[in-house]
Design a binder for this molecule. Sequence first.
Ligand SMILES: [Zn+2]
Length: 301
Amino acid sequence: MPGIIAALTDALGRRVSDLIGSLGGVRPAPAPPARFREGPAAIARPRRGPAHARVGLGIGYPGAQMRGLDRILELQGLDTAIDRLEHRREQLEAGEELSSLRKEMEEADARLGELRLASDSISSESTRLEHEIASMSDKLHAEEKRMYDGSIANARELEALQHEIASLKERRSRAEDELLEQMVRKEDVEARAAQAQTEAEAARARVEEVGGDAVRELDQISADLAAKRSERGSLVPAFDEELLELYDDLREQKHGVGAAAIVDGVCQACHEKLSAVELERLKRTEGVKRCEYCRRIVVLV
Ligand SMILES: [Zn+2]
């Protein structure tokens, strides 16, 4: 069982190191396995004087007692809330949601406008056809009357009149077909206009709602941000400057999260499960505990 032997040896080695640490020995940190080491950016960052050097030696190893360690998650909670509020405020100020809704509303209005124009033009075309049909009917009626009132003198005149009546009937029938077509079109356009009107009204209501909501939400965010920042301001003096510096650096490098809880052996920031040996070591670590995977400050809960 070479694996177990290696783990035992490792644990024993650590225990000895811990003992040296607790006796006040300043033992440089052993390098974490290559794949867990900080990225080149972290390595290349300039060290900032003696405070930093001390952090480098103490953090993660026994003996480095730091003020505020018990409240670091509280600070992280506040910072996460502040980050989230600031992000939401940026979104609202950019007004992306509102401008896309406004665009939808404008499009719905434009569709409605076009349909109304089409409906108006169909109406006037229908009116024109109705007048044309009425006038042709009047003319037909008059011509038909003339045919039987004895005013026709000869066969050629009669033939011409019959021809005129047939032509009038044909033109009127064409106009009636056209009118029917226009009526069908109008029905369709009006149904679409009613639908477009409903959509345009809904879009307008949504713009007003979201616009009003955005204003109210921005006010709320300002109030929440002020409260959280003041809470943060009163919490900060509870921390050792060095701890705060480390935490801020980590937050900068690691997507705003510098400290995380270890729950059931799992780091809540990187979601890696720590080995039993490592957990045991962390439990015995009195100073700043760090996740062996993501190197964030961790708190066993
Ligand atoms: Zn981690």
